[in-house]
Design a protein around this ligand. Structure first.
Ligand SMILES: Cc1ncc(COP(=O)(O)O)c(C=O)c1O
Length: 389
């Protein structure tokens, strides 16, 4: 095998001069927490998406919690969510005492499709909310999903943790639904280390989120400390949270945002390589992509070892690791996780596609500036594992 000494991690952050410049501005300003850089980051992010308001927070989980709060979801409410997602999507529903209703997803996209939603609406007519996940960076079919939701009086929150910059029918995710939540966690398509953004066109949702992200205080800290007038005073209008983003994190985000399309293109190149070079292996199912490759954020490249695979997913991961290649799994579905399984008495046969996926899913490395050598090495190792050489 060529290049047998390569070490390739699963994810890698690119930090360049742009981030350093913004960070130095913050260090020089003497103001480290939420202030000018965060405001700038919010404005630039909203402009990028083409949305009216962006509210920066310290994680996508926080954004999802604020979204659930802003929609007034409360104990007794039920919320459709996919089983094939990270626990954040479901846990925020539990934060407010409501209950997730877990749905299966489409095989090879891990998306909730209009057909899946139509069936769910018939089966659970009392559900009034949906948190949809744009899995892996590919948009769900929002046109039809929003239509079904409108007809059935269901409000949508979009979990776009993977989906920046992602488009649906030529428009960025974040322009469609009532509230969209993005993640800037370290391995995401753009990062602030930890961070997130709630995006909306609705002024009252924005105002509520801004207040609740900082203790339920009715004024920004920045505003309180920089006003010319005597201005110590503030009111607490609800029991809020401590979810604000720091200017140091926002500085990294501004630099990353300036490179967002470059990063996306880099990720797309890697996806194209994998499609071209792995499609001859018949025991691997590659992800299905609807629409243009340009519309996809390519946060993940999840493959599935299908029923023809001679080894298990875990053995495959072990062999990749022995060859110096990092991988990950997105996800072990939530219906398999002890808390949700026991609380909601979930059974594997309710989720046939997620089960079939879970038996063989592995995410391959995908991040900007992977080299041709690295990609060829990964392809060689996978071919060798399955006896193709
Ligand atoms: C689908 C999904 N939703 C939400 C989150 C939570 O993001 P954060 O870590 O920024 O809270 C993640 C994180 O990986 C995710 O994958």
């Amino acid at each position: 095998m060529k290049n047998s000494k390569l070490k390739i991690q699963y994810a890698k952050v690119f930090i360049g001069e742009r981030e350093r410049k913004h960070i130095n501005d913050v260090l020089d300003s003497g103001w480290l927490t939420t202030a000018k850089k965060t405001l700038q980051f919010e404005e630039k992010f909203a402009d990028y998406i083409g949305a009216k308001y962006a509210c920066a927070v310290n994680s996508c989980t926080a954004a999802l919690h604020l979204a659930v709060d802003a929609l007034g979801i409360r104990p007794g409410d039920k919320v459709f969510i996919p089983s094939m997602t990270f626990t954040s999507t479901a846990e925020v529903v539990r934060y407010v005492g409501a209950d997730p209703v877990f749905l299966d997803t489409e095989y090879r996209t891990n998306l909730i499709t209009p057909e899946i939603l139509e069936d769910a609406v018939k089966k659970y007519p009392d559900v009034r909310f949906l948190i949809i996940v744009h899995y892996g960076g590919q948009a769900a079919d929002l046109t039809n999903i929003i239509d079904i939701c409108n007809k059935n009086n269901i409000k949508i929150i979009e979990d776009a943790a993977h989906a920046f910059p992602t488009k649906h029918n030529g428009r960025y995710i974040g322009q469609f639904g009532l509230i969209t939540c993005f993640s800037f966690y370290a391995n995401k398509t753009i990062t602030t280390g930890e961070g997130g953004m709630l995006v909306t066109d609705d002024e009252s949702i924005y105002n509520r989120s801004k207040i609740m992200r900082l203790h339920g205080i009715n004024r920004d800290i920045w505003d309180r400390f920089t006003s010319d007038k005597p201005s110590w005073e503030y009111d607490v209008v609800d029991a809020g949270f401590k979810y604000n983003l720091t200017d140091l994190a926002a500085a990294i985000g501004l630099g990353q945002l300036e490179n967002a399309e470059l990063f996306r293109k880099e990720r797309q190149k890697i996806a194209e390589f994998y499609y071209k070079n792995l499609s001859d292996i018949d025991c691997i199912d590659l992800p299905i992509t609807y629409g243009s490759f340009e519309d996809h954020a390519w946060h993940l490249f999840p493959i599935i070892l299908n029923e023809n695979a001679p080894i298990s997913r875990n053995k495959f991961i072990e062999l990749m690791s022995d060859n110096g290649i990092g991988t990950s799994v997105h996800y072990k579905p939530l219906h398999q996780m002890t808390y949700y399984k026991e609380k909601y008495n979930l059974k594997p046969d309710q989720f046939p596609n997620a089960e079939k996926t879970w038996r063989g899913n592995v995410s391959l490395p995908i991040y900007p500036f992977m080299t041709e050598d690295e990609l060829e090495y990964i392809s060689d190792v996978i071919h060798e594992i399955f006896g193709y050489f």
